[in-house]
Write a protein that binds this ligand. Sequence first.
Ligand code: S3P
Length: 444
Amino acid sequence: MSSKFLFISNKVKKFSKTFEVDGDKSISIRWLLLTSQAIGISRAKNLLRSEDVLSAIECLKKLGVKIKLSKKECIVFGRGINGFKFKKNLVLNAGNSGTVGRLMLPLLIKSPFKIKIIGDKSLSKRDFSRVTEPLNKIGVKFFPKGKKHLPISILGSNHLRPIDYHEKRGSAQCKTCVMLASLNTPGEMRIYAKRSRDHTELMFNNLNIPIEIKKKNNIDFIKTSSPDILKAYNLSVPGDISSAAFFIVLTLLSNNSKLVLKNINLNPSRLGILKILKMMGANIKIVKKDINKGEKSGNIIVKSTNKLKAINCPASLNSSAIDEFLIIFLIAARSEGISHFKNLSELNKKESPRLKLGSKILNMIGIKTKVTEHSIKIYGKPNLNLNQNYEIKNYLKDHRIMAMCTIAALTLGGKWKIYDPDSINTSFPSFTEILKKNFKVKLK
Ligand code: S3P
């Protein structure tokens, strides 16, 4: 823990603001990984410049990919499928990012040398067997054998085979891992996946990578195989709805305020947050709808709401709101009635055990919860108003815990000291700048 902290002792005053948030993290990382495998020069505008994305760039650079990152754009000089410069004793650092760690692996499955993957303290606690097991079946070896946590070394093979893969968690990382492995695997990969964010599928379509998708109920049956050639691919990255979510909730919990968030990614597989908040009574509208390379976007208009009601959240929305539950819990804390969120064991497998920690933070501010390994009941208090001192530390530097507590401080009152404020830089480096500029928050 560093000694730096964010100190907040005032609620935000009535506001009417318009701004953008940083580019989408999932799209930014996928674009970098896929264009590294393309032949030629790819350019992206508004690529997220967060620590997770920089980890992806550093890993790719170590593998011989030239990447230029400037304010205006990011340029990837692709080396073609399996065009990496593999060397002995390579160590790739995924930092805090599960997505970088788990999605780099399928690009290394032909490496003739062992490559070691490492990560920070939080990432080293997270399960990697969920991706090493399917890759193992494809013919890839991992060392030490059976180890579930980083550091892990991967050794590729020239005798790879396609698999039938059943993805049952609703994890886009697991699905994408096997999809990316198909670039280097002969034959046809067949994936039965519980529905989750589909940015990879959209990029495969745009890149002309053979892909067939059949949708049935909550399951997608995906067939992919390797293309003969992958051509360079330009993209303009829309804003991240997971970052926008914090300011949507800030507005909902403030008085008589209005916010317009411009150019936000509105991929239907990410819209759980908007659906859940609307079910709880939120006033949210979408305007200026657009679509670019299959990714929908638009402006989100949100107005403060003083009548929020509890939700019995349908588990079918879990995957499409998986990164937003902490901030949704804050809304539940200020809603009339008891909210119930179920089948959420995946939440304890994120950058921190979010179901447990989220519940602890709610208890700290006087909200009763009943929490199990996979569910939480939140007993809302519509008139919740805080006036004590609160310290947030030892939260494994989980960026979304930091942002959740910041929004709590700015809307519920009390004096808050939030340590390790730089943790937000993994996903949303403009967060504190936006707060300073638009809401006069001071960083100490
Ligand atoms: C992501 C998928 C989700 C999400 C993560 C980003 C992705 O993880 O929590 O922040 O970009 O594929 P899971 O796929 O493990 O649910």
